[in-house]
Design a protein around this ligand. Structure first.
Ligand code: ARG
Length: 297
């Protein structure tokens, strides 16, 4: 029996066996109850109750089918009362069978927490809790480099800076904190995406000067793929990258060509109904297997 407990929030969790993956594996949650019911990011303003659930379901299903071509995909049952649950990537970040589970900043999303916790626990993951006082929003604000050895975590309007060290301690990994300064790019996954083969897709202006310097120190210029403001506002950085494959929202034709020049094979998908809620491809799938499993291009 394996037991782990977080020093800060403390219920010990018991599991029989940690999961092992031989293929990239993700968790998704269908948009059964998806809607824009409240405004907790600038994209939701003006979109209250505007998403079409039928269109959202068709777009989500297309993403699910495309992801299944290149990865295993598990499903979490959607729940009424949690309309943002489809953005499942924000509920945790997972590596080596350990899931650092989110403490959402807004009460509207806190209702999602117990459902994912239970699924992860029943699936054999070790849970690393994060304290309510220091909000943490999973893969929304935290990402490993493509080799899985370094963690980037952002703070701004959602994740609290004081959660960073605690989250990184789940894997004893080095962590770099980044500061988000533009409310439109309220989560790290809207403006930063480490890609296979050491590339980085990012929108520099979303970060303060010191964070930009940290990014530039870690990624040489020839590996940095900056996006324009127009591309960034089309959620160009919210990509799912597995090896040479990139799944992303459509509307950034020129960027797809630049990514192709770097050896990537881009599949553009219509995800407009989710843009109304403030998210795109990356936020709709939570990675369960280690990031390094998908690294080679
Ligand atoms: N409505 C969700 C929220 O504000 C949308 C999340 C999508 N976010 C993203 N990082 N792409 O939490």
């Amino acid at each position: 029996m394996i037991t782990t407990t977080s020093p800060a929030a403390s219920t010990p969790v018991h599991n029989l066996a940690t999961p092992h993956f031989s293929r990239p594996t993700y968790l998704m949650c269908a948009p059964e109850f998806y809607d824009v019911d409240y405004v907790i990011n600038p994209w939701m303003a003006g979109n209250l109750h505007r998403p079409s659930r039928d269109a959202a379901f068709a777009q989500w299903k297309n993403l699910y089918q495309q992801l299944r071509r290149i990865a295993d995909v598990r499903l979490l049952q959607a729940r009424p009362g949690s309309p943002d649950m489809v953005f499942i990537a924000h509920a945790a970040i997972v590596s080596h069978g350990i899931a650092a589970v989110s403490s959402f900043a807004h009460p509207q999303r806190q209702t999602e927490e117990p459902h994912l916790r239970r699924w992860l626990q029943e699936s054999g993951f070790l849970l690393w809790s994060t304290p309510r006082e220091t909000a943490f929003e999973g893969e929304g604000d935290a990402m490993f480099d493509a080799d899985g050895r370094h963690l980037w975590i952002a703070h701004g309007s959602r994740t609290c800076k004081h959660s960073h060290r605690h989250v990184a301690d789940a894997w004893h990994t080095p962590v770099t904190s980044l500061h988000l300064i533009d409310p439109r790019f309220y989560h790290l996954d809207t403006c930063f995406a480490p890609l296979a083969n050491g590339y980085l897709l990012y929108f520099p202006e979303a970060f303060d000067a010191s964070s930009q310097a940290k990014i530039e120190a870690a990624y040489p210029e020839e590996k940095r793929i900056p996006v324009s403001e127009n591309e960034a506002t089309h959620f160009a950085c919210s990509v799912i990258n597995i090896g040479r494959n990139i799944l992303m929202g459509e509307g950034t034709v020129d960027l797809a060509a630049r990514l192709a020049d770097c050896g990537f094979d881009v599949t553009p998908l219509e995800l407009s109904e989710f843009h109304r809620g403030g998210g795109s491809a990356k936020s709709l799938a939570l990675r369960l297997s280690d990031v390094s499993l998908a690294e080679s291009l």
